[in-house]
Design a protein around this ligand. Sequence first.
Ligand code: ZN
Ligand code: ZN
Length: 213
Amino acid sequence: MHCEIVKTLTEYLKDAEAAHGHLCAGQILGVRLAMLGLQELGIEDPHGKDRKRLVTFVEIDRCATDAIMVVTGCRLGKRALKFRDWGKMAATFVDLESGKAVRIAARESSKALAKSLHPELENKNQQQMLAYRELQNDQLFETQWVKVNLPPEEFPGFKGERITCAQCGEGINFRREVRRNGKILCRACAGERYYEPLEESRDPEESGDRVIG
Ligand SMILES: [Zn+2]
Ligand SMILES: [Zn+2]
């Protein structure tokens, strides 16, 4: 498929460096991974004419993730970026227009390949930064066509009703509630809490105007 992405690797690397704070091997890998995803899907201008076409799943929260956000324009705050905390250097790009999806994963062998390509460099980061620009896509990445089930509430533009948790009273958007024994609960109250309260939360009327802390 002929696909002319609006920016070059060098231009995206400039953007990625500005957004991320530094240029590193992870940025280069992330930019190339995302560009390959766009290319496979035939998405040329993800910030312009194609800006509503793409949803991206990322599987790691490292440098490359910032670069993937820069290239795709998919952001958490736009509901176009989905995070699966799997610790894997991989991302899946979903074209909402065609329904096609492609998962791109960095090959485990790419690190050793980077090292062998530039033995003259002592620094591993420098070896990688150079090699990740030079290596071919299929040397760096594994590409797999996949099917992603994206229910309506996962779409960027989804507007759902807001309901409240029967236990804590907090509002829940986008059908993230859990229904259990006829009760509507938020995920925290349903047992998925990632935090433990240090004190019992107080009824605002009881605690009055006291400022704590
Ligand atoms: Zn970095
Ligand atoms: Zn709750």
